[in-house]
Design a binder for this molecule. Structure first.
Ligand code: DQA
Length: 171
């Protein structure tokens, strides 16, 4: 039986799956304000994530939407299936209670990523509706941040699985 506590499928021995979610306007990466967000496209980032995932033994799924409801739907679908979510909610970071509630509901570990250091920018970007419910946050590394987050995700999933193995043996 697979337990459904926080960690999605992290409690069994299947290939770990990480879901990378990107919010509005991130489909324009590469051409959108390159002085802030860089020249790397979202397609390039996703390709690099899949390649790194292969190296780390992790299956990477990617999802981008400009619409809040579609993001909430995708988050809900991750319950019990995905081991960890890496999310850049983009502008919804600063406004969305719906994304916050969805992330809490599914009980899957979350890493919040931003390309820019939001604290060096306008004050309205300093507030994140998910900062206090995610497991880790990473910002200011540009496109590289997603790859750093995936490396961290691999360690987090491994730790989770080891903990579960330990609990099972102690029974
Ligand atoms: C962003 C920062 C947000 O303030 C902004 O709305 C974005 C991108 C980032 O990755 O730096 O769209 O999340």
């Amino acid at each position: 039986m697979t337990t459904q506590a926080k960690g999605g499928r992290a409690h069994n021995d299947s290939v770990p799956t990480v879901l990378v979610i990107n919010g509005p306007n991130l489909n324009l990466l590469g051409t959108r304000e390159p002085e802030i967000y860089g020249h790397t496209t979202l397609e390039d980032i996703n390709r690099q994530l899949i390649a790194l995932g292969t190296e780390l033994g992790i299956r990477v799924e990617s999802f981008q939407s400009n619409s809040e409801g579609a993001l909430v739907d995708r988050i809900q679908q991750a319950r019990g299936i995905i081991d960890l979510i890496i999310i850049n909610p983009a502008a919804y970071t600063h406004t969305s209670i719906a994304i916050r509630d969805a992330l809490i509901a599914i009980e899957v570990p979350v890493i919040e990523v931003h390309l820019s250091n939001v604290y060096k920018r306008e004050p309205f970007r300093h507030h994140s509706t998910i900062a206090d419910i995610v497991d880790a946050r990473l910002m200011g590394f540009g496109a590289e941040g997603y790859l750093l987050a995936l490396r961290a995700a691999a360690r987090m999933i491994e730790t989770q699985r080891e903990k579960h193995r330990g609990t099972k043996e102690a029974r």
